[in-house]
Design a protein around this ligand. Structure first.
Ligand SMILES: CC(=O)[C@@H](O)[C@H](O)COP(=O)(O)O
Ligand SMILES: NCC(=O)COP(=O)(O)O
Length: 257
């Protein structure tokens, strides 16, 4: 039987280029220029999160990204009527529905797909009918994964934040258990026909580790990469991340072709 190591895509999230830009209220550094450089350096796609409070990425950024990018744009957003309307107008390659609370510093927890009920299913259907690939940003929870498949999501993006935080706090036993949850969730989601992505809080080391899971087909990475770009340049940081991902992929188990 032929066994292959499936490709693993890198989506670079450019939110925090916009964070630096907004710090002075001007137009520099330009998130769109960063997106183009990230792509020229090895990113397979660009992720941008238009938050309701526009703390970083703004509507004009998303419109320019949609206009100029030659790689897939993954439009991250809350599942609100306004965001669905904007997304169906812009028609990005993909939308990732994420939970949002205004007072949060960053995304906390995964989308409550079960609690979203029929309203969430209708919003997902609207986006899909506009030709947008819909991803749901969820915790590695079997019931949430099953519901995501039930309502027709094409993709789930597994929230790696809890795992990364546990590692950072050197709570290694708990981190190992959380990684097993992620690995099981990836297998279960793939079994249900979902494409599996992962993201939040990933760095070179954790990206290498999760790259070994063959069911995971895309990593979305932002904050760490933009931070590293301060020291190594964006091109260097993206290339370093690609090497880490390739090393992890090679260490993983191949799958039947
Ligand atoms: C959903 C997720 O984990 C990130 O893609 C998201 O963009 C985090 O929000 P901030 O970028 O505002 O930290
Ligand atoms: N969905 C995760 C993402 O786009 C980037 O998250 P982070 O690397 O900025 O934590």
């Amino acid at each position: 039987m032929t066994r292959i190591v499936p490709p693993l895509r890198l989506g670079v999230n450019i939110d925090h280029v916009a964070t630096v830009r907004n710090a002075r209220g001007g137009s520099l550094p330009d998130p769109v220029r960063a997106a183009q450089l990230a792509c020229a350096s090895g990113a397979d796609g660009i992720t941008a999160h238009l938050r309701e409070d526009r703390r970083h990425i703004r509507d004009a950024d998303m419109r320019r990204l949609r206009e100029v990018l030659l790689v897939p744009l993954n439009f991250e957003m809350a599942a609100t009527d306004d965001m669905v309307a904007l997304a169906t107008e812009l028609r990005p390659h993909a939308c990732c529905l994420v939970p949002e609370r205004r007072e949060e510093r960053t995304t906390e927890g995964g989308l409550d797909v079960i609690g979203g009920g029929i309203e969430l299913a209708h919003k997902l259907e609207k986006l899909a009918k506009a030709g947008i690939r819909v991803s749901l940003f969820i915790a590695p929870d079997a019931d949430q994964i099953a519901r995501a498949a039930d309502i027709g999501a094409a993709v789930i993006e597994l929230h790696t934040g809890a795992w990364c935080d546990l590692l950072a706090e050197r709570r290694n036993d708990e981190a190992a258990l959380e990684f097993e949850r992620l690995a099981h969730a990836a297998r279960e989601g793939a079994r249900l026909g979902l494409e599996i992505h992962a993201g939040h809080g990933l760095d070179y080391s954790t990206a290498e580790t999760i790259a070994a899971l063959p069911e995971v087909r895309e990593l979305n990475i932002g904050h760490f990469l933009i931070g590293e770009a301060i020291f190594d340049g964006l091109e260097g940081a993206v290339r370093h991340m690609r090497v880490a991902m390739a090393r992890g992929r090679a260490a993983g188990r191949p799958v039947a072709a």
